[in-house]
Design a protein around this ligand. Structure first.
Ligand SMILES: O=c1ccn([C@H]2C[C@H](O)[C@@H](COP(=O)(O)OP(=O)(O)OP(=O)(O)O)O2)c(=O)[nH]1
Length: 148
């Protein structure tokens, strides 16, 4: 079963390919950098990288921007706010905050695959304020409460 999601290449990005799944079973659609000039990220530095696309998702869906494991392993490059949340009603350009956690400068070039987009269902929730919450075995124990 497929959900339809509208996608628009933003002006000046006709040369870039649309986000693509690199295999039949891949969860993520790879996003390309739509930078005019290359962007150099020094160790520890982060920067906003545009992708040249905007989406039209149906209500009840979100997209997450997630890091690519190859960039993380080879270069220590990840997303600062991973996973970034793309709301169903957002019509602006999808951008990603690349973070260089590596020891060497990392240069991002136009067209380079820098992150991936994963679509998710979002539950409709109405928050109900209560005086007392139901009791459970765990209660308020957390953050390592059950041991190592
Ligand atoms: O990595 C990201 C994260 C967000 N966005 C876009 C889509 C999203 O729908 C919008 C707002 O994101 P978010 O809710 O995370 O940002 P905020 O800091 O809470 O800002 P806002 O007040 O605009 O919601 O920005 C991106 O393009 N990339």
């Amino acid at each position: 079963m497929y959900f339809e999601v509208g996608i628009k290449k933003l002006p000046g990005n006709e040369d870039l390919s649309l986000p693509e799944r690199m295999s039949e079973g891949a969860s993520g659609f790879d996003l390309s950098a739509a930078l005019r000039d290359e962007l150099r990220l020094e160790p520890g530095e982060w920067g906003l990288v545009p992708t040249g696309i905007a989406l039209e998702m149906p209500t009840g869906m979100e997209a997450q921007v997630r890091p690519r494991s190859g960039l993380a392993l080879k270069h220590g490059v990840t997303l600062l706010n991973s996973p970034g949340t793309i709301d169903a009603d957002y019509r602006g350009e999808i951008s990603v905050i690349l973070h260089n956690l590596g020891k060497k400068p990392f240069v991002v070039r136009r067209g380079e695959r820098i992150a991936q987009l994963v679509f998710q269902q979002v539950l409709s929730v109405r928050l109900m304020e209560k005086e007392k919450l139901s009791s459970t075995d765990r209660g308020s124990g957390g953050f390592g409460h059950t041991g190592k």
